[in-house]
Design a protein around this ligand. Structure first.
Ligand code: PLP
Length: 224
């Protein structure tokens, strides 16, 4: 019998394929980033065994405790999708291949200084009233230029988190705006869409969808 995760993964992949078909896009352009915050390392290993290669974690400290158990997942790419504090930048650079939440030139220069090749995306704040993290859209051209001056960082895209709503149509204008901003900056990747709204995100051009609950079930809050 298929495990819950195996079934959930098949369902999510099918929903990705259908959304891509509606938008006349190739589903191979869309990377599923499995969001694993609060889930223990063996759950990540299980997903890896089922073919998942991209994982999103929110907290440097939490992932630091799991990473030693995942050395066998040699082809995995780990994405930091939570806010990065500059005092954790070194550990983040060591642990992750992709930093999706870069939001200042200062942090970019700090990451660059460690000398490790990193893919980075800029987190954009599109809902000023709710989001605490992310760069203001007006700052983007200057920030992108500063990151492009960092020899070890490869800026590939933008990431955002719309204001919470269980109606995906509430997220759609944010997704559309992020896609417009990425075109202006000539950036090919868009990380947008979560369990409840990833299909709308794909219709608006997402190349990376960050899916947790739809794969692993509900998160039980645990003290960090
Ligand atoms: C937790 C989280 C997700 C995944 O959310 P689900 O609703 O569980 O799919 C995606 N992106 C970010 C930034 C998150 O913190």
């Amino acid at each position: 019998m298929a495990s819950d995760l195996e079934q959930n993964l098949a369902d999510v992949r099918q929903r990705i394929a259908r959304a891509a078909a509606r938008a006349r896009r190739d589903p191979a352009e869309i990377t599923l980033v499995a969001v694993t915050k609060t889930f223990p390392a063996p759950r990540l290993a299980e997903a890896y065994a089922l073919g998942v290669r991209d994982f999103g974690e929110n907290y440097v400290q939490e992932f630091e405790t799991k990473a030693p158990e995942l050395v066998a997942c040699a082809e995995a790419r780990f994405h930091l999708i939570g806010h990065l504090q500059s005092n954790k930048a070194k550990r983040a650079a060591d642990l992750f291949q992709v930093i999706q939440t870069l939001d200042s030139a200062k942090l970019a220069r700090r990451l660059d200084g460690f000398g490790k090749a990193l893919e980075v995306m800029i987190e954009v704040k599109l809902s000023p009233e709710e989001a605490k993290a992310g760069a203001d859209p007006a700052e983007l051209p200057a920030l992108a230029a500063a990151i492009r001056d960092c020899p070890h960082l490869r800026l590939t895209g933008l990431m955002t988190m719309p204001p919470w709503s269980d109606d995906p149509e509430v997220s759609r204008p944010c997704f559309r705006e992020l896609a417009r901003l990425a075109r202006e900056l000539d950036l090919p990747r868009l990380s947008m869409g979560m369990s409840h709204d990833f299909e709308a995100a794909i219709e608006e051009g997402a190349t990376h969808v960050r899916v947790g609950t739809a794969l692993f079930g509900r998160r039980v809050k645990q003290p960090l």
